[in-house]
Design a protein around this ligand. Sequence first.
Ligand code: ADP
Ligand code: MG
Length: 694
Amino acid sequence: MGTDDPANDLLQLRGVGVKFREQLNGIGIQQVHDLLLHLPIRYEDRTRLTAIGSLSPGMRVLVNGRIEYSSVVFGRRRALLVVLNDGTGLIHLRFFYFNQAQQQAYKAGGHLRCFGEVRAGYKGLEMVHPSCQRIRQAQLGVVEQQTLTPVYPSTSSIKQHRWLQLTDQALRLLHNDQLKLPELLPTAIRQRFQLPSLRQALQTLHRPAIDDDLPAILERRHPAQQRVILEELMAHHLAMKRLNLQLQKLSAPALPNTQLWQQLAQQLPFKPTAAQLRVIAEIGRDLARPTPMLRLLQGDVGSGKTVVAAAAAAMALASGQQVALVAPTELLAEQHLHTLRAWFTPLGIDVAWLSGRVSGKQRSAALAQIAAGGCLVVGTHALMQEGVTFHRLGLVIVDEQHRFGVGQRLALRDKGGGSDMRPHQLIMTATPIPRTLAMTAYAGLAVSVIDELPPGRKPVTTVVISSERRTEVIQRLADACAAGRQAYWVCTIIEESEQLVAQAAEQTTEALRKALPQLTIDLVHGRLKAADKERVMQRFRDGLSQLLVATTVIEVGVDVPNASLMIIDNAERLGLSQLHQLRGRVGRGSDAASCVLLYQSPLGHMAKARLETMRNSNDGFYIAEQDLKLRGPGEVLGTRQTGIQQMRIADLGKDHHLLDQAIELADAVASASPRAEQALIQRWIGDAASYGEV
Ligand code: ADP
Ligand code: MG
């Protein structure tokens, strides 16, 4: 994409040709000013030398010394090994990729200055691929760099020195007033918060000056950082608000009829909790209006979201509208199909089924049934494919479990037909979105929370056990089953291949069958045929099998109250929300439930923290907060792939203390100047803003 403003065209920069411009465009850099907003993700402090004798693993430091030894070694991998000595200690430098010239330059007797991360190698401390500079003996102990070195985010093949060249040129254009980057924050606001101008802030962030407060920059608390982070948060807040307004202008079918739901409520095998009823009423009020609902239903694992979905579906069906319910996995979708058929068939409502595995005649029949309308359609994301035509689709329900597939949600919405008609949307999730995230990423969403579990739930006791004690665990399993309980054994694997994971699960099943011949043991995984899966699940529900070995690919989307023991093999491989989700499958019946997290030692630092969290808490909200701390919001929200919430510098995990201020400022700027509002959104989000268009 080119630009109208020649001063902003990337092609004018030295080193940028048509090809390279394309590459930059690919990572969202369309114009020169985008380069200025491509900010360092961190800084390296090469202004101080650290004595080798005082190093410890994890430090990123500058060292220098004399080369004691240098040789190509043949270990597991061929490498150039260099030993550096500064009189206080020795460190090994290891290079797996090196050329003849480097081998020559790093010969014993010479001197080097190196920057890198210190690791514990098996022969003492080492640095792998440090950046090195040959120096003369007289330069030992001398540091040339006086300020911080910016490190730019770079996912592609663009090297750091390239980023430096590019940003150098962009900064010069800005400095010479050849590039316009209007100041969008009113002076009064900047004075009130003591924020530097944008121009000054960008200069500081790209090239910290010697007399800048360098420790503040390293700790992310410099006013220049605060200012730019604030501005970006403001832009996101305004973009979300605008989406919300656009949504209000669209129409949706009004669905005020609650008769069918009341009929269904009479027939349920349980009495809905007060929390469920409250949430259903909230949804009912939205659905009765002729504008599209966009509501997030948040409820911990086992809180009973399905009945809420059924109530919403009943309201749409009662008005002759079609409903689509989408689940992330085949097995979960089947579970919903099973439940909803049991509830809706007696009311004379057909429930259609479509997944990627439905093919041939069955698929044509399903497609015809969906096209005819009037039914409740349950399925996987196959529902969103081309070629699936709905008839009067009035409500879309997405069961996202612990994932947030913002992009997918948008695809189904387009199936609503008419130009400004949209179906209502209900998104169900078991992962509570921390308040801070809800305020930005989900600013357009209304949120309903089921904050009460159905009566009789017991917290699950969780233990963390090393797999060296596997036989003990198997004995415990045998005892539980002998006492009439049922259990799950969940297999995990590092590779995300359904085939490998199925194989591993088969081996585990064989081993368990051998160890526990008295038990009936079944296996379920993603590669089974739908009919076989259903048969195995039914056997387990009916109590005909006592132990169900399963893979996480299917997320054990089952609901068997008698199952009160779960063993998760290699639990250290799973994320927190996945563990919580899995564990939620037990503790639904009258027996005290337990969960065994089997791990393979040694445990990494993060894995240890996750397992500790699981042992200490059953509270989905607490677990989600911990997850956010450990992983960062991009991962938690699953927005990495969708790109909708990619921020350039702000980080909702670290900068949430600025959110309230950002919102206040954004609203003030927007009401003072709609043009400034537009410019802010364009500057920080640009074309990506249209991604989330409703
Ligand atoms: P979620 O999808 O929120 O994890 P489900 O909708 O699968 O939870 O419900 C979990 C279990 O609780 C199911 O067996 C369901 O029948 C049961 N259940 C739901 N609501 C109630 C209630 N109000 N009283 C008793 N049991 C309930
Ligand atoms: Mg559910």
